[in-house]
Design a protein around this ligand. Structure first.
Ligand code: MRU
Length: 361
């Protein structure tokens, strides 16, 4: 089953706030509902929110009452702004939205496959709706394919018997299907390699303990959950051979923005000579940004930090304040290699990353 999928003119998605307690599918009918689902993390993970936003534009296309191509595009531009504002760090969101806008706009990257009656301005709004949905579907289908390719490239980095620390959730739930970093682990497991995963619980939203552990259980891959502050202990004890995580945005110099805590993990791995791999589709690479300092970092509601309960009791005292940056930036010097669908990129990243990024004309 896919994490996000189109069915009967609606967008369906796994409600990731309910897992692992229950597997529920929610149905979204408007682009505003999609923006809210991205913001409240019903759907999460960079490629999954990209695909969801693309389908959100397909919903906006159906919502539009426009009678002309120009008015239709203006409605989609407005919807695109709402969707883009939902979360700032993962570049896949803006990337997917731009792809859909481009195919319905006056300068599509390839001639539309619909019977044309003339120039763009003469296209019927119904034709453009078909194009918007087809592009969203293509983004979703390509995501699955690119995850499988990352899995094959990355599995070559895993040896039989490896213990791997994994941060956040980068499995099927974080994408349309299969996974990025966890997809690599899955592929290695399917190839018959014995892999053991130490699952960072990933405070404050606990994507590791809730989602990665749940996924690994489904796949029959052995794992143990560790709290984030235990990673250094296991690395120093020589019990970990590799560190794997995903990425929400990679700058042109190879700095990687990923779930908060990634930087500390990479530092500890580097200090113990343990290789650090970021696995991400090229849609997560933002060559327009020189380095990681230019990546916008989302700061979420402090209640995600303060609301944690222990044995039924809220931990923090009433009135406590908190900070909640959702991502941090790991500098390129701590990254051994970046695994993309087009192959494994090694330093110097500023020279090598552009060779792996193939964009539509
Ligand atoms: O806040 P989240 O859960 O959306 O953050 C997700 C991550 O940081 C993932 O590691 C990243 O999106 C890569 S997932 C394929």
């Amino acid at each position: 089953m896919r994490t996000v999928f189109w069915e009967s003119d609606t967008l369906k998605m796994v409600d990731q706030r309910r897992l692992p307690g229950s597997l529920e599918i929610v149905t979204l009918r408007t682009h505003v509902e999609v923006a809210e689902a991205i913001r409240d993390m019903t759907v999460r993970g960079a490629p999954a929110i990209g695909a969801a936003a693309a389908f959100g534009l397909a919903l906006a296309a159906n919502e539009s009452k426009a009678q002309s191509a120009a008015a239709f595009l203006s409605d989609l531009d407005t919807a695109a702004r709402t969707l883009k504002a939902s979360r700032p760090t993962a570049v896949n969101l803006a990337w997917a939205i731009e792809r859909v806008l481009r195919v319905v706009g006056p300068n599509p990257p390839f001639p539309p496959s619909l019977p044309g009656k003339g120039g763009w301005g003469d296209r019927s709004v119904d034709d453009l709706r078909v194009l918007a949905l087809a592009e969203a579907q293509r983004i979703a289908d390509e995501d699955v394919e690119s995850n499988k390719r990352m899995g094959r490239h990355g599995a070559a980095l895993i040896d039989d018997g490896d213990t791997i620390i994994h941060h956040c959730n980068t499995g099927a739930l974080a994408v349309v299907d299969w996974g990025t970093a966890l997809g690599v682990v899955r592929t290695a497991h399917e190839q018959g390699k014995r892999v053991h995963v130490l699952v960072d619980e990933t405070r404050p939203r606990l994507q590791g303990a809730r989602l990665t552990a749940w996924e690994l259980q489904q796949y029959g891959i052995p794992y143990e959950i560790i709290s984030d502050n235990m990673a250094g202990y296991f690395l120093r004890a020589g019990q970990v051979q590799k560190v794997f995580f995903g990425a929400d945005r990679i700058a042109a110099n190879g700095d990687v923005a990923n779930k908060i805590g990634t930087y500390m993990l990479a530092l500890a791995a580097h200090d113990n000579n343990v290789p650090v791999y970021s696995v991400a589709p090229t849609s997560s690479i933002d060559l327009s940004l020189r380095d990681g300092s230019q990546i916008p970092i989302e700061e979420r509601d402090p209640d995600e930090v303060l609301g944690l309960q222990f044995h039924g009791e809220r931990i923090a005292p009433q009135g406590a304040k908190a900070r909640n940056p959702a991502f941090d930036v790991t500098p390129n010097r701590l990254i051994t290699a970046i695994v993309t669908e087009n192959g494994i990129v090694r330093p110097p990243f500023d020279v090598n990353l552009p060779k792996f990024v193939i964009r539509n004309p």
